[in-house]
Write a protein that binds this ligand. Structure first.
Ligand SMILES: *[C@@H]1O[C@H](CO)[C@@H](O)[C@H](O)[C@H]1NC(C)=O
Ligand SMILES: *[C@@H]1O[C@H](CO)[C@@H](O)[C@H](O)[C@H]1NC(C)=O
Ligand SMILES: *[C@@H]1O[C@H](CO)[C@@H](O)[C@H](O)[C@H]1NC(C)=O
Ligand SMILES: *[C@@H]1O[C@H](CO)[C@@H](O)[C@H](O)[C@H]1NC(C)=O
Ligand SMILES: *[C@@H]1O[C@H](CO)[C@@H](O)[C@H](O)[C@H]1NC(C)=O
Ligand SMILES: *[C@@H]1O[C@H](CO)[C@@H](O)[C@H](O)[C@H]1NC(C)=O
Ligand SMILES: *[C@@H]1O[C@H](CO)[C@@H](O)[C@H](O)[C@H]1NC(C)=O
Ligand SMILES: *[C@@H]1O[C@H](CO)[C@@H](O)[C@H](O)[C@H]1NC(C)=O
Ligand SMILES: *[C@@H]1O[C@H](CO)[C@@H](O)[C@H](O)[C@H]1NC(C)=O
Ligand SMILES: *[C@@H]1O[C@H](CO)[C@@H](O)[C@H](O)[C@H]1NC(C)=O
Ligand SMILES: *[C@@H]1O[C@H](CO)[C@@H](O)[C@H](O)[C@H]1NC(C)=O
Ligand SMILES: *[C@@H]1O[C@H](CO)[C@@H](O)[C@H](O)[C@H]1NC(C)=O
Length: 446
């Protein structure tokens, strides 16, 4: 087992150096590891203010309007709360998955074999502070903790499991711990954990490249998702006090705003809110912030710090979210960083320093290990903002926000004071339409 991981890591380092080529452990090594690697299924029962279980299921690359037009998506929305103002953070896929676990894209603008250094913490560390059990379920991952770049259908060699859609596997702080790695399992293990009543309290769920729309389309994926969720929505054990976020990694059309169709379902949603809409501004960072607010957990001190909190939680904690005027907001690209391959952002060798001292939306300070690791260093960005921005790169510097009153239904003009993210202002007006050829080029990179 250790030897296999060492081989994979060696291959990984090689891949990283070469950038964007794939190198796989041999199928015989995979089979050997699969025969001996046992899944880890931790359980716990820590009560939260709004839910006791949070899962997210991500589909791929669909514009908001296209998902909204699908009848199975409409059915799913009727079972819960439709989040009409939820945004992915950049393109292509991997940086979005990365951000949902660690609170930053680190400038990532590619789907390469990226590895985030061990001194970067994730939502797993937040959950571990209170012993809240977590797992991932990655469809057709061949064995728990598999670190290869992909595992294809072994008959057709069509795309099946891919590492770029696996958030926690990107982080050395997760995979360097053998126990944690074995909490990254596949759908077969989900069925086992469900029937054994050993489901964790937090989970990230990734359907394979067929079911998640990546290699199919919204009709296919929405039908899959409805059918997969339907039996769970009738399962008392699964439903008990649970909140499930059904969303997408990003939209398809890179010139658009990256708004993604997102629905909250589950037993934690009161009957009177089923079939309603919540128009609060959210991003993938909101899922970390909402989990922290729900369970009284600290922040990573990255973009989860200032992120808006799902109303189902913020209504209970009394946090007033921000209205974000999206006119000048660009979440279809990211800022420079060490994980940039020069595709959509610029390479910069410096790993961003998180906030170690400050007030975050969840209200529980910053994670101890983050404070210790980065003590005395100045945060790279203003992480208390509800959207990512970077003054140095002139990225999202002209966005305005307004603090909401408690009710989301409050109009922004009636709400508190208005601030801009930064003093430096650029003339970014409206949206430029990218030519079809360019869009197709970017789409092919996903
Ligand atoms: C899922 O993982 C288990 C080990 O946990 C392995 O035995 C099984 O073959 C995997 N299933 C699929 C469909 O890949
Ligand atoms: C990974 O994908 C490549 C390219 O499609 C394929 O040749 C290889 O067999 C796949 N690896 C595994 C283990 O499925
Ligand atoms: C993806 O998983 C489904 C089962 O959920 C399976 O039918 C399909 O063949 C898988 N895709 C590939 C390419 O193997
Ligand atoms: C590995 O992770 C487990 C589960 O999160 C934890 O209990 C253990 O302390 C970790 N081990 C090390 C060496 O960090
Ligand atoms: C959607 O994908 C499915 C499966 O790949 C295919 O059968 C169907 O024709 C596609 N529909 C459209 C509108 O492209
Ligand atoms: C439902 O969840 C609550 C909160 O986690 C827990 O206390 C209770 O035991 C659960 N009930 C059942 C029937 O599982
Ligand atoms: C939150 O509170 C507002 C104002 O009372 C209400 O309109 C809204 O439905 C609540 N939302 C949730 C998810 O509880
Ligand atoms: C907002 O919610 C908090 C906590 O529920 C409450 O104390 C406060 O009065 C509310 N403020 C407004 C303006 O409604
Ligand atoms: C959003 O910002 C734009 C550009 O500054 C401005 O024209 C528009 O009025 C603002 N919208 C609202 C609702 O404040
Ligand atoms: C974190 O790790 C990165 C990569 O090894 C390194 O460049 C950086 O200096 C480290 N940061 C701290 C605060 O140790
Ligand atoms: C940081 O962001 C917050 C929230 O957007 C804002 O109130 C504050 O003024 C910003 N601080 C700086 C130094 O720009
Ligand atoms: C992002 O959106 C802006 C505004 O629509 C556009 O100018 C830019 O080209 C887009 N970036 C990409 C990578 O498509």
């Amino acid at each position: 087992m250790k030897a296999v991981i060492a081989t994979v890591l060696a291959a990984a380092t090689l891949v990283r150096a070469q950038v964007a080529t794939t190198s796989e452990p041999s199928v015989s090594d995979i089979n050997k590891a699969a025969a001996t690697t046992l899944p880890e299924s931790p359980t716990s029962n820590v009560q939260g203010v709004a839910f006791s279980r949070f899962y997210q299921v991500w589909l791929e690359n669909i514009d908001y309007e296209d998902a909204a037009a699908d009848s199975n998506m409409q059915w799913l929305a009727s079972q819960g709360i439709l989040l009409t103002n939820f945004y992915a953070l950049t393109h292509p896929s991997e940086p979005n998955y990365c951000a949902a676990a660690g609170g930053d894209t680190f400038g990532m603008d590619n789907d390469n074999f990226n590895q985030i250094p061990a001194n970067v913490s994730t939502v797993a560390d937040l959950l571990d502070t209170k012993g809240i059990s977590w797992s991932e379920y990655q469809e057709h991952s061949p064995y728990p903790g598999f670190q290869g770049f992909n595992y294809s259908n072994q008959k057709t060699f069509a795309n099946d499991y891919v590492r770029k859609h696996n958030p926690l596997v990107l982080y050395d702080s997760v995979v360097q711990n053998e126990t944690r790695a074995r909490q990254i399992k596949n759908f077969t293990e989900f069925e086992h954990d469900l029937s054994d009543k050993k489901l964790p309290q937090w989970a990230f769920i990734t359907p394979n490249m067929t079911n998640d729309a990546h290699d199919t389309n919204i009709t296919f994926a929405a039908k899959w998702e409805r059918s997969w969720m339907s039996s769970l929505l009738k399962n008392d054990y699964f439903m008990n006090d649970s909140l499930i976020l059904l969303t997408f990694d990003e939209d398809k059309t890179y010139s658009k705003t990256n708004r993604i169709f997102s629905v909250l379902v589950g037993g934690a949603i009161p009957d009177n809110l089923k079939g309603t809409k919540d128009d609060t501004f959210y991003t993938h960072y909101s899922s970390i912030a909402s989990v922290s607010a729900n369970w009284g957990l600290p922040s990573l001190g990255r973009w989860d710090c200032g992120a808006n909190i799902f109303e189902i939680v913020s209504n209970k904690t009394g946090y007033a979210n921000y209205d974000v005027n999206i006119t000048n907001l660009r979440l279809n690209e990211t800022y420079p960083g060490p994980e940039s391959a020069g595709e959509l952002s610029k390479y910069s060798p410096t790993w961003p320093v998180p906030l170690t001292d400050g007030k975050c939306s969840a209200g529980n300070g910053i994670l101890d290990i983050v404070k210790k690791t980065y003590s005395g260093k100045t945060a790279t960005y203003n992480y208390t903002s509800p959207y990512p921005w970077d003054a140095k790169a002139d990225y999202n510097t002209k966005v305005t926000i307004t603090r909401k009153l408690n009710s989301t239904r409050t109009s922004s003009s009636a709400a508190g004071t208005s601030t801009t993210g930064a003093a430096a202002a650029v003339n970014v007006s409206g949206f430029t339409v990218v030519t079809g050829a360019l869009v197709a080029l970017f789409a092919s990179l996903l």
